[in-house]
Design a binder for this molecule. Structure first.
Ligand SMILES: Cc1cc2nc3c(=O)[nH]c(=O)nc-3n(C[C@H](O)[C@H](O)[C@H](O)COP(=O)(O)O)c2cc1C
Ligand SMILES: [Fe+2]
Ligand SMILES: [Fe+2]
Length: 401
């Protein structure tokens, strides 16, 4: 069941229980914690899984090992979704030698109390399992300081850690030939197509700030011949390796596709009406867009599509002479993720003295965004006369042309 190739076995688990990953990110399709066994004369386990899945995970390992022991445990990443079973693996397989880099050592001690039988590796170091060679490359800040990837040359396989990972549990298989996105009826044509939105939501929310270090990692990997990517979340990429790498490259360069991500917040519906008017005008012009209401939807979806499109339109009423907090929070996150290369448009209702549009523009200016216009700050109720969204849509369409 867990066979990826003769030498590579999947021993990961699906998490369909956790409602919020990292305590924050909704998981409508679950998430997988992927871990792999490489089997040759010696065996190596690549990362582990989340603590709550100990019984299932340990059983997966036992089944694939079929009586053998684990010689090495390679730690690519110490975030607890992959590392919280390390001590338990050592209890069951006391001779296992841990393979980790110098930055991992203190983190491993701090979380798992493990200090002995560690083989410390540097960038480019290898271990041999017989006819299988694992080589380690440091990829710091993708998305923690200790992150590294493991390359299995004989199988042209990259164990990439969180890089190229996605939210969404695996249904029906493991690779992009046979895995579906759990619980999704989306027939997007390919497995990559089915996972793309959840991959971008994972990237934009969890890795999004580290575009520069992801670019450095991609540069480092660019010389390798990669036929298979085994990441820690989502499908194993085989058919879609080049698509997935190209997509990651694009996301980490903050390169949006042509279109508008409309993100709005509204207490009484007036700013909401303006947002919907803008959506209707874009629709009638054939401009691609997504629209998200921060008051009813989790902000992670807004970030997902802010990373998708090259134009960002943000609506917020004025609130205590400031930006209505959900939109302020969203813009804070845009700035924290170092989002670049966006056109920007702000709008919002007020009653006695508008402030939100001016302040949104200032936040956008600090991100280096190009303003489509000075924005539309309108008193009280929405009307076509107060909010000429047709003109805004014309400008956006012209800018995208
Ligand atoms: C707690 C609170 C604080 C507000 N602060 C301001 C303000 O400082 N300046 C202002 O012009 N309007 C202020 N307003 C009025 C709103 O901006 C106004 O009701 C606006 O139309 C709401 O837009 P919405 O329907 O999109 O929520 C405030 C409203 C509330 C409830
Ligand atoms: Fe992580
Ligand atoms: Fe992870």
């Amino acid at each position: 069941m867990g066979k990826i190739s003769d030498r590579i076995r999947y021993v990961g688990v699906n998490d369909l229980k956790t409602t919020a990953f990292e305590g924050m990110w909704p998981l409508p399709f679950g998430v997988s914690y992927n871990s792999y066994l490489v089997m040759d004369e010696k065996t190596a386990l690549i990362d582990t899984a989340e603590l709550g899945f100990a019984a299932e995970y340990m059983e997966n390992i036992r089944r694939e090992l079929d009586g053998r022991k684990i010689d090495y445990l390679v730690i690519n990443h110490m975030e607890p979704d992959h590392s919280s079973l390390i001590a338990m693996v050592r209890e069951s397989y006391p001779d296992v030698r841990i393979v980790a880099n110098a930055k991992t050592v203190p983190i491993l001690k701090g979380y798992q109390g493990v200090t002995d039988n560690i083989h410390v590796v540097k960038d480019g170091d290898s271990i041999s399992l017989g006819n299988s060679t694992l080589t380690f490359y440091m990829t710091p800040m993708v998305h923690w300081p200790e992150t590294m990837v493991t390359y299995f040359a004989e199988e042209q396989t990259l164990f990439s850690g969180d890089a190229f990972g996605s939210f969404g549990a695996l249904e029906g298989g493991i690779t992009d030939s046979d895995a579906g996105l759990y619980g999704s009826s989306d027939a997007a044509g390919s497995v990559f197509g089915a996972f793309r939105d959840e991959m971008r939501r994972y990237y934009s929310n969890i890795v999004g700030k580290y575009g520069q270090t992801v670019q450095a990692a991609l540069k480092k990997l660019s010389g390798m011949s990669i036929a298979r990517i085994c990441s820690t979340h989502g499908p194993v990429w085989e058919k879609s390796v080049s698509d997935v790498v190209a997509y990651y490259d694009r996301l980490s360069r903050y390169e949006g596709e042509k279109g508008v991500c409309i993100v709005y917040s509204s207490m009484y519906g007036n700013t909401a009406e303006a947002a919907k008017a803008l959506a209707a005008e874009l629709e009638s012009r054939g401009v691609p867009y997504a629209i998200h209401n921060l008051c009813t939807e989790h902000v992670s979806y807004a970030y997902r599509d802010a990373f998708k499109y090259d134009t960002l339109a943000v609506g917020a009423p004025t609130y205590n002479n400031d930006i209505f907090p959900p939109a302020y929070n969203f813009m804070y996150g845009i700035s924290a993720r170092l989002v670049k290369n966006r056109r920007f448009f702000a709008f919002g209702s007020f009653t006695w003295a508008g402030a939100s549009v001016k302040l949104l523009n200032e936040m956008a200016g600090r991100c280096g965004f190009d303003l489509i216009s000075e924005g539309i700050s309108f008193p009280q109720a929405y009307s076509r006369e107060k909010c000429d969204m047709a003109a805004v849509a014309d400008r956006i369409k012209a800018a995208l042309a």
